[in-house]
Write a protein that binds this ligand. Structure first.
Ligand code: PMV
Length: 342
């Protein structure tokens, strides 16, 4: 029997950047994100009844149809993550796993959040024979506990377990961190248009760059500032106030990149195109052509956040001036799904 999870990616409005403890995946600060809808990973898993982990059996893992192994750069993190789950819960069966992203691969969209989210749900559903999220909960795996497990694969994955707008709070110690929905998707139908400038692999992985954050002279100042920024953002979302939310989104993204650029070693994720686009974008907005705001993750691509009518206005201008670049259009979504088939 196959267990299939679909878990969307999420875009951080207030970024998780820097860790207090890398081994425990304890973030330096609270973060707030919007769960996406169509940009998702679908992962299908079954237990291989004739292979047992205890008798040195091995999982079979396929990414976009291609088998990946324990020693592959793409496979290593997945096998290590599955080893951690099997050890902790004494799961014995080897798994066959097929995973694919519902967005073009290598397009510069961070797929680790949706990827580890879908792997966590589908693998544990297969091991515990849970046919729905409700059954997973009855078997001891609530969304909160699954989110905590997924976080060990990729920190931002824990925010993909709820739809709408989600807060991940760092807490007083690593065990007290928690993630929860701040507002449901129906509260405010925001859109995310991802403008793709580069499909190249990142020069420096975000896990490495996270660790460098503390060496930036700006980082400690940022952490103090973030408490009030988080509350201001939450209030802007609550009151659906784009005039307040938008500038906070942009300050936040630019500040995270300023930390990256002023760290030792420095990491530059912006391309020429990123910088050109931002200049154009601000000029067009100042002319009153659309009301949209940007955020940027650990990469050169830009996420444009807007209400649906304003997304259309933005796309009209974009298609005129930047027609050679691809974009992906998405919106706030309602969170993970789990199903099964024979
Ligand atoms: O979850 P990670 O280790 O891939 O880090 C995510 C970092 C950012 O995407 C830049 C910000 C965030 O909060 O998602």
């Amino acid at each position: 029997m196959w267990f299939e999870a679909k878990v969307p990616s999420n875009i951080a409005f207030l970024k998780y950047w820097g860790k207090r403890d890398a081994a425990l995946q304890w973030p330096a600060n609270d973060s707030l994100s919007m769960t996406l809808d169509g940009l998702a990973t679908v992962t299908k898993v079954k237990v291989l009844s004739d292979h047992n982990l205890k008798s040195k059996g091995e999982h079979k893992f396929f990414f976009a149809g291609e088998e990946k192994y324990r020693d592959d750069p793409e496979g290593a993190k997945v096998f290590k993550f599955l080893d951690g789950l099997a050890q902790r819960f004494d799961f014995r069966g080897c798994l066959e796993i097929h995973t694919k992203n519902q967005f073009p691969t290598g397009c510069g969209i961070a797929s680790s959040a949706s990827g580890f989210g879908a792997l966590t749900i589908a693998a544990i559903a297969a091991w515990t024979k849970s046919e729905s999220l409700a059954e997973l909960e009855q078997n001891g795996f609530s969304l909160s506990s699954l989110a905590q497990l997924a976080r060990m694969g990729s920190g931002s994955a824990c925010r993909s377990f709820w739809g709408g707008y989600v807060r991940w709070e760092a807490g007083e110690n690593a065990d007290l961190q928690r993630c929860q929905q701040a507002l449901p998707s129906e509260h405010w139908a925001l859109t995310d248009t991802v403008v793709l400038f580069s499909e190249a692999k990142k020069a420096r992985s975000s896990s490495q760059a996270h660790l460098d954050a503390w060496s930036s002279p700006l980082f400690k100042v940022r952490l103090v500032e973030l408490r009030s920024r988080l509350e201001a953002m939450h209030q802007a979302l609550e009151s659906r106030d784009m005039d307040r939310l938008g500038p906070l989104l942009e300050t936040e993204a630019l500040e995270m990149h300023a930390v990256m650029m002023s760290a030792r070693p420095a990491t530059y994720f912006f391309d020429h195109e990123t910088a050109d686009f931002l200049v154009w974008f601000r000029e067009q907005r100042a002319k009153g052509l659309f009301k949209a705001y940007f955020t940027i993750d650990a990469g050169p691509n830009v996420h444009v956040i807007a209400e649906p009518g304003e997304q259309q206005a933005f796309l009209r201008c974009f298609s005129k001036d930047f027609s050679k670049y691809r974009y992906l259009s998405d919106c706030v979504g309602s969170g993970p799904q789990l199903g099964f088939s024979n």
